[in-house]
Design a protein around this ligand. Sequence first.
Ligand SMILES: [Fe+2]
Ligand SMILES: [Fe+2]
Length: 181
Amino acid sequence: MLKEKILSALNNQMNRELYSAYLYLSMAAYFESTGLKGFANWMRVQFQEELIHAMKFFDYIINRAVKAELLPIEKPPAEWKSANDVFQNAYKHEQKVTALINDLVNLSLSESDHSAVNFLQWFVNEQVEEESSFSDILNKLNLISDSKEGSFMLDREMSQRVFTGTIFTTQTKPQAPQNAQ
Ligand SMILES: [Fe+2]
Ligand SMILES: [Fe+2]
């Protein structure tokens, strides 16, 4: 059985993942409004990636035989100064999420919850990828600076990102009876 302290921390992290999804969808809306459709596409894919993260927490909580609690989702910012400003903020946000995941691992270790520690390893690795993909784009934006041609090229590159995951799991589907004749 999941300890109350860890359950509450997992519910909070599910909420932070939903906030991440919301933040990136808001960034997609911002890019749509500025005509950078490729950047908007990249953020739409990131929105879906974050929904997967939230669903992983949802499913894990359910697998531990407790009810997942859905908390209110904070309103994300809606305006930024530039694409560079967006990615600076997104990168900072991912660094915050990494710190939250590390805190969760520390809590699970201190409570000797080895299952939770094991579950969280996926997120520990994922955050390395998340931080690196955001900082890569930030580096490119710094390189192109004010170049219109550069931002056109980068926008085209960002339009290539495709979502390949599955958000909705099927694990709650009823199991076939074991001894069916
Ligand atoms: Fe995430
Ligand atoms: Fe993320």
